[in-house]
Unconditional design. Structure first.
Length: 229
């Protein structure tokens, strides 16, 4: 019971800080016009790797960050791999333009598997819940789409996660979005923390028939916090 409580509290902390000010995403009531933003259908392929699941229906920038993550696993240092993992997570999680519904949470494979289910539910109700309203009022083209992630002020440090200490990094984050009526209100600044631990792929329990399998534990980088600066 105590262990489950720690999982839930961690997820709550992640989402409370990730989504501070998320109510600002919900646009004001506006009259529908012929200029309502429309959804563009484009397909981008990625260079898959055996460590992290490939994103589904990635935007151009999500595909770019995932490819950089795949490349870092072959030739990068641990710091480069950690940074690439963080950038891919931030791009996928904060982008809603390529998601179909509130349950399509981006970047879940970059969350420690012990916390992923709880994180998914909190993210769904405290950030992704804005999707239907934005779609109905302004069209799918108004959904947030991250086009650039910048990490600065790197700090290497030990991080406590579930009562254990792990090697980790923190950065200051700046997010840039594609133009949309509410882009000036999207979250742009944060602090990201990532750790290295033995973990498995996250497999969505709501989709047990998927082709994805958890596989064997591996030493991987996982995001444990995205907070306000």
């Amino acid at each position: 019971m105590q262990r489950n409580r720690r999982k839930s509290l961690l997820a709550a902390l992640l989402c409370a800080t990730l989504c501070s000010g998320c109510s600002m995403l919900v646009p004001e009531e506006k009259e529908q016009t012929e200029d309502t933003l429309q959804e563009e259908t484009k397909t981008y392929t990625v260079k898959e790797n055996p460590v992290y699941f490939a994103p589904e229906k990635p935007t151009a920038y999500i595909a770019e960050t995932y490819d950089a993550l795949s490349a870092s696993l072959k030739d990068g240092s641990e710091e480069v791999r950690a940074q690439a993992a963080a950038m891919y997570f931030l791009a996928d999680f904060f982008t809603l333009s390529n998601k179909e519904e509130e349950g399509d949470i981006g970047g879940l494979d970059l969350i420690p598997s012990a916390s992923a289910d709880a994180f998914r539910e909190y993210a769904k109700y405290y950030y992704y819940h804005v999707m239907p309203e934005i779609r109905s009022k302004q069209g799918p083209g108004a959904l947030p789409e991250v086009t650039k992630v910048e990490l600065s002020q790197p700090k290497q440090e030990d991080v406590t996660y579930m009562d254990q200490s792990y090697p980790g990094y923190t950065w200051q984050v700046k997010l840039t979005y594609a133009d949309s009526p509410d882009s000036s209100q999207f979250k742009t600044d944060a602090k990201c923390t990532i750790i290295k631990l033995d973990d498995v792929h996250y497999v969505d329990q709501a989709d047990v028939t998927a082709d994805r399998e958890a596989g064997e534990p591996a030493s991987v980088w996982k995001v444990v916090a995205v907070t306000d600066q």
